[in-house]
Design a protein around this ligand. Structure first.
Ligand SMILES: NC(=O)c1ccc[n+]([C@@H]2O[C@H](COP(=O)([O-])OP(=O)(O)OC[C@H]3O[C@@H](n4cnc5c(N)ncnc54)[C@H](OP(=O)(O)O)[C@@H]3O)[C@@H](O)[C@H]2O)c1
Length: 223
């Protein structure tokens, strides 16, 4: 018997898939979710026996609700979906593109709104934020605002849906822009996976945003 069940929204991509591998290797029953069935089949093969997949669009409320009903009793939910938006600064990003970026916020919101009815009340929801939340930077206005909103959501939701724990891991420069970090070690998706594992295992961690960015949030690379 596997220890606990976890549903990973965005389980075929970089951080979500790395998290699925880490959790599967550590005795969790893992369900990965995404919109593309082929990607899910191939990712599932890499995970082995104690994993399965679920095809749905997490940004669609009725699909998300059906999936939560299907996976009723799940212990932990991780929201690792990406946002396909051409977003930069507030001065040069159209509202339409900014709204696409904010789909990640609304999907996270909806998970926190809907999931308590279906998941283990001693479980957890973990979101992905981003280092730009803490350092306002030219050219990152939409992402900084999105990540700041996710950080605010974590703390409020941790109160509103307690005792379910709510946290975010905040990456920076993972796989991209690795020259922005203070550490010699350059951030990898496995670093995020290891932290998500630590967060969901630890019953005392809630309402917390954990930076895993090699210090990128300090903005020293920006001069
Ligand atoms: N790299 C960094 O340092 C950094 C910093 C801050 C924040 N982040 C954020 O961290 C998140 C994860 O990044 P990543 O590079 O691991 O992403 P990725 O490789 O692009 O993977 C994204 C995953 O989300 C799934 N997905 C996207 N939209 C979905 C939807 N509506 N419903 C269900 N699944 C959906 C994708 O599968 P399908 O396409 O098949 O649906 C895929 O499995 C992103 O939001 C990114 O912006 C990254």
């Amino acid at each position: 018997m596997r220890e606990q069940r976890v549903l990973i929204l965005g389980g075929t991509g970089g951080m979500g898939l790395a998290t699925a591998k880490t959790l599967s290797a550590n005795n969790f029953e893992v369900v990965i979710a995404g919109r593309n069935k082929e990607k899910l089949i191939s990712a599932s093969k890499a995970l082995g026996d104690h994993s399965s997949f679920s095809v749905f669009d997490a940004s669609n409320e009725s699909e998300l609700k059906s999936a939560l009903i299907q996976h009723r009793g799940v212990d932990h939910i991780i929201v690792a979906i990406s946002a396909n938006a051409n977003a930069r600064g507030i001065n040069n990003t159209l509202e339409m593109e900014a709204r696409k970026a904010f789909e990640r916020f609304w999907t996270s919101y909806n998970v926190l709104h809907l999931a308590p009815e279906y998941m283990n009340r001693n479980g957890s929801v973990t979101l992905l934020s981003g280092s730009s939340a803490k350092t306002p930077l030219r050219g990152y206005g939409v992402w900084g605002t999105l990540h700041g909103s996710i950080n605010a959501l974590v703390k409020q939701a941790a109160i509103d849906i307690a005792p379910i724990r709510v946290n975010a891991v905040s990456p920076g420069g993972i796989g991209i822009n690795t020259d922005r970090q203070l550490t010699e070690h350059k951030g990898q998706v496995e670093d995020i996976a290891d932290m998500i594992y630590a967060v969901i295992k630890n019953p005392a961690v809630t309402a917390t945003i954990i930076d895993v960015d090699g210090g990128e949030r300090l903005g020293t690379w920006n001069g």
